[in-house]
Design a protein around this ligand. Structure first.
Ligand code: UD1
Ligand code: CA
Length: 467
């Protein structure tokens, strides 16, 4: 069998996606769809994986990175023509897996099965049966079950269109035979393309052995040509991700409403509540409670964290912190151990040390909050002066009364006390009390007089608006 190589055909235009993004880069559970098949190919062929790019070649190469070898197909003249572009990069002999860039659900195990079934053949095709085979190449067998040929939808007769066994677009070739037969493909068909599957007829005509590797799971064949198929594949991938996490000890109350990206990691005994999205390269520890209705993007979350009805992006939450409901943690934050971030709190580019509390209705931007500090309801860090952002720091154990404005740049010392409703523009030394309120005046009887007038005003027609 010799060395195993893989070529992934990914140069097609993907016309049916109606997109400016090359089809094979459309994301599926947080990664370009091409990266799944490339990963499966690498699992059996190591670094001997060649990707054929064409439309949007530079974009595809940039997204996929230097791990792969690349061939270039200038004009999209069909799958056979695409494979021809990779031939100069291949050795004289060995086995070659040929895969489509648009079949992300094919896994390593399927390729191993194909390699086994291929032994002794010049060429082997992976097939499966579909309830609705429309659009796929149909597998035509002879009376003894051998492969006669593969007919594309547009070239199929009415009888052939009824065949439910389809070409998955995944093949294994003996490289020597491939070098012989590939140049003989012709484009004399309805689409005037060099169809790779036609090679099976050519090989059979020379009485060389061809084989069929039939797989039970139709998903392996799901080629994503349009966005409906993208949605179907996403759903299947999502089920696989959720199943694997549940088998690793993660509880999901309703897996059908949980959307977790492929690269996310979650520790055991974490409970994921319904309507939750966990995206990008997020890592979550064990014993957490996440959701309901949460969105977590590229975040790192420790153990025992509670994160309810909230959004977090590119930030870190340490052990046993509590966030939400209804908090928004924007990029650049570190929320320390046992910190409480409560309802309607927005935090951005801030460091909040252990056991500090920001329980209600606050904005904390560009700030460092010391451990055990307490920010009352409605405390706002005024970090932007209309031109520049400035930073505020609050020392450990400081107490900031409700509805205070901290105009940055500002230092509030450790253990300081800021009276409610203060607007601070100058630093507060450690242990000091700061107060900026105007003095309260009480006018005896004034309220009664004011209220006595109220019924008259309503008669004048203000009633509707007061409701
Ligand atoms: C192809 C097969 C069909 C099979 C189906 C499985 C052919 C002629 N038909 O049809 O039998 O059932 O896949 O999904 O092969 N590509 C290139 N260069 C090209 C054309 C295509 O690189 O010039 C790439 C595409 O990017 C794609 C793959 O080859 O990743 C398959 O091409 P696509 O146009 O999707 O073929 P299908 O019509 O789906
Ligand atoms: Ca396809």
């Amino acid at each position: 069998m010799g060395e195993i190589w893989a070529v992934i055909l990914a140069a097609g235009e993907g016309k049916r996606m109606l997109s400016r993004l090359p089809k094979v880069l459309h994301p599926l559970c947080g990664r370009p769809m091409l990266s799944y098949i490339a990963g499966s190919a690498a699992a059996v062929a190591g670094e001997r994986v060649i990707i054929v790019t064409g439309r949007g070649s530079q974009t595809v190469r940039k997204a996929m990175g230097p791990r792969w070898k690349y061939a270039f197909q200038e004009e999209q003249l069909g799958t056979g023509h695409a494979l021809m572009q990779a031939m100069p990069l291949l050795p004289e002999e060995g086995s070659l897996l040929v895969l489509c860039g648009d079949t992300p659900l094919l896994e390593k195990g399927h390729l191993e099965q194909l390699l086994l079934d291929h032994r002794g053949n010049a060429a082997t095709v992976m097939t499966t049966e579909l309830a609705d085979p429309f659009g796929y190449g149909r597998v035509v067998r002879d009376c003894s079950g051998g492969l006669l040929g593969i007919v594309e939808e547009s070239d199929a007769s009415e009888g052939q269109k009824k065949i439910r066994e389809i070409n998955s677009g995944t093949y294994c070739f003996d490289i020597k035979q491939l070098q012989l037969f590939l140049p003989r493909l012709s484009s004399a068909n309805v689409q005037q393309e060099y169809y790779l599957p036609d090679i099976f007829t050519l090989i059979r005509e020379q009485a060389l052995p061809t084989g069929i590797c039939t797989v039970g799971e139709w998903q392996v064949a799901l080629g994503i040509n349009d966005r409906r198929q993208l949605a179907v594949a996403s759903e299947i991938m999502r089920e696989r991700i959720n199943a694997s996490l549940m088998l690793q000890g993660v509880t999901m109350i309703d897996p059908s409403s949980v959307y977790i990206d492929y690269d996310v990691q979650i520790g055991p005994d974490t409970v994921i509540m319904p309507q939750t999205l966990i995206q990008g390269r997020t890592v979550i520890g064990s014993g957490c409670c996440i959701g309901p209705v949460a969105q977590i993007i590229d975040a790192e979350i420790g153990d025992g964290v509670s994160f309810r009805q909230s959004v977090i992006e590119e930030s870190v939450i340490k052990n046993e912190a509590r966030v939400g409901p209804f908090a928004y943690i924007r990029p650049g934050c570190t929320i320390g151990p046992k910190v409480k971030i409560g309802d309607f709190v927005e935090v951005k580019n801030a460091q909040i040390d252990s056991e500090a509390k920001v329980p209600h209705l606050s904005y904390v931007g560009d700030a460092d909050i010391g451990s055990g500090a307490n920010l009352g309801a409605g405390v706002l860090v005024v970090n932007y002066d209309g031109r520049k952002k400035h930073r505020t720091s609050i020392g450990r154990g400081a107490f900031i009364g409700c509805n205070s404005n901290l105009v940055s740049p500002l230092d509030v010392g450790a253990g300081a006390f800021v009276a409610a409703g203060s607007t601070l523009t100058r630093n507060v030394p450690p242990g000091a009390l700061a107060i900026t309120r105007t003095e309260q005046k009480n006018l005896p009887g004034a309220a009664e007089r004011l209220l006595d007038k109220a019924p008259q005003q309503q008669e004048k027609g203000g009633a509707k608006e007061n409701g």
